[in-house]
Design a protein around this ligand. Sequence first.
Ligand SMILES: C[S@@+](CC[C@H](N)C(=O)[O-])C[C@H]1O[C@@H](n2cnc3c(N)ncnc32)[C@H](O)[C@@H]1O
Length: 291
Amino acid sequence: MYSNKLYTPLRYPGGKAQFAPFIARLMEENGLAGGHYLEPYAGGAGVALELLFHGHAEHIHINDLDPAVHAFWVAVTQESDALLDLLHQTPVDMEQWFRWRSVLRGESTGTVVERGFATLFLNRTNRSGILKGGVIGGLAQSGTYKLDARFKKDVLAARIKKIAQHADHITVHCEDALALLSRATRLLPVRSLVYLDPPYFVKGRGLYRNYYEHQDHLAIARLLQSRQFRRPWLVSYDNVNEIRQMYELSRGLSYGLSYTAQQRYIGSEVMFFSQRLSVPDGAIPQSQLVA
Ligand SMILES: C[S@@+](CC[C@H](N)C(=O)[O-])C[C@H]1O[C@@H](n2cnc3c(N)ncnc32)[C@H](O)[C@@H]1O
């Protein structure tokens, strides 16, 4: 499989790093290689990091509205030595889990590095990386896997160092995606690509600390498809009627096949692309155009 976990220190449910080769081809085919790349809902930013490290993008913008996720990206890109110190010094046990959870929740104060480390600690010790979720192995630590099952310090340290080495080419933002996208023309040079991976329409609730209502999804769809928005973009979603309607002006590609009673096969996920973007053929296995 592709490198879902190769570069990002954060685990994300439904992380999209496997799309990086496709997005690299998209940039190549559309004369965008070597340009800027923005993820307004970055989470683990797996795609962005791969594009930067492999030279497909010259500069990446990592935005996430969750202040905990933002603090992590600030810590890695601006205070990596202090972050690495915390990583080396902190035992991975339940006492620390409670400590960092209280930092994450804002119950005890912390510097930006401490808040960033709290995000990393909880992301790597909670089930599925869900920040507001439960600890791996349960509070009694009686499960087969214990909280340190996904916490390999040497691997995490290597990833943090690699990102820090590229920090001059990374801008970190903590804005509502709609606000950030509203100034995309000023923020991004013409040779740029925006990839949006918003919270899923149906499954988004519960997974993240921020979630979207119907109106929020619609506002993004309207902005992207308006004349006012002048940078190439693609968006990925769960393949549901409401989303297909919002993006009916745009070409779509469905993938991730599943079975329904109405249609023999329907992609369970979907991508939509801005008007002038040429989409490489067959780049996503078993994908099909959405009518
Ligand atoms: C589907 S996840 C992104 C996962 C990411 N593509 C990856 O591969 O790791 C959605 C992210 O969007 C963030 N988010 C939710 N609402 C947002 C908003 N209005 N503006 C910016 N970010 C938001 C969440 O905090 C979450 O980290």
